[in-house]
Design a protein around this ligand. Structure first.
Ligand code: TMP
Length: 253
């Protein structure tokens, strides 16, 4: 059934339950199913389909993701591109409420690893449906500060040991799509502690936890070099911004 959604787009409602842009839903779900049958086990990087003009910035705390995403948005807009700058977790009304729970330092001892993994997926489904898909559908460039990769890194370190479950959560929540490139901004742990103003329960974790986060990101970058571009986040802000602008300009379709 075609219906008008709050975002002002026309969407396909499947069984009255789903609300996803019509051209994508059926095609992506079929593609995911076929890929899964082929590879035999769940791997988000193989099951998800990269979407043109969708770029993510990733890395441990203090790696400059937010700053670079802002600088790039400004620069691309000055050049006449339509750009949506968004972040995970958050962006939508529901997502911002979920973010409060997920990042609250007072809940560090209360929230169970499985619960936070599910909440990240819940926020992400809302975010992809309300923001990412419609923006891409309208021809915008979407830049995101963090992505599903953060769930694979952080929630497994937090204690969700079933890797396949985490991949499946990400695939379901992303509606079948992923960024065409994830830029991994890599810095040293010492630089991180110099830059960090700890506010969230993740920021407040100890040095060995953050070291594991950085290592896990690097391992993913080694495993999926065609999807994750390793970038030296220690270089001066302006030089890094120039590099990322060039890299994105090259990939815009
Ligand atoms: P930030 O907005 O300062 O980047 O904070 C988000 C925090 O949430 C960050 O420390 C990493 C964490 N996080 C996860 O644990 N899993 C996820 O899927 C995402 C997107 C973020």
């Amino acid at each position: 059934m075609i219906q008008n959604c709050p975002t002002g787009q026309f969407f396909l409602s499947v069984d009255g339950a789903d609300c996803v842009p019509s051209p994508y839903l059926v095609w992506y779900r079929e593609r995911i199913q076929k890929t899964l049958e082929r590879i035999g086990r769940m791997d988000a990087f193989k099951a998800l389909i990269p979407r043109d003009n969708f770029f993510a910035f990733e890395g441990g705390e203090g790696s400059g993701k937010t700053t670079q995403a802002k600088l790039l948005t400004q620069r691309l807009r000055e050049k006449g591109y339509e750009v949506c700058n968004t972040h995970e977790p958050g962006g939508t009304l529901v997502g911002e409420r979920i973010r409060e729970v997920l990042l609250d330092p007072k809940l560090e001892r209360e929230i169970l690893p499985f619960t936070s993994a599910c909440l990240f997926a819940a926020f992400r489904y809302q975010w992809v449906t309300e923001i990412v898909q419609p923006m891409l559908h309208n021809g915008n460039i979407v830049l995101t500060d963090r992505s599903f990769l953060a769930t694979l890194v952080y929630q497994s370190l937090e204690g969700v040991k079933n890797e396949e479950f985490l991949h499946r959560l990400c695939v379901e929540a992303m509606g079948g799509i992923m960024p065409s490139t994830i830029f991994l901004l890599d810095i040293s742990i010492d630089t991180m502690f110099k830059r960090l103003i700890a506010t969230t329960r993740y920021d407040k974790k100890d040095r060995s936890y953050h070291e594991k986060v950085f290592e896990s990101y690097r391992a993913f970058a080694r495993k999926y070099p065609e999807r994750i571009e390793f970038v030296d986040g220690e270089q001066p802000m302006g030089k890094l911004a120039d590099y990322l602008y060039g890299a994105i300009k090259e990939r815009i379709v």
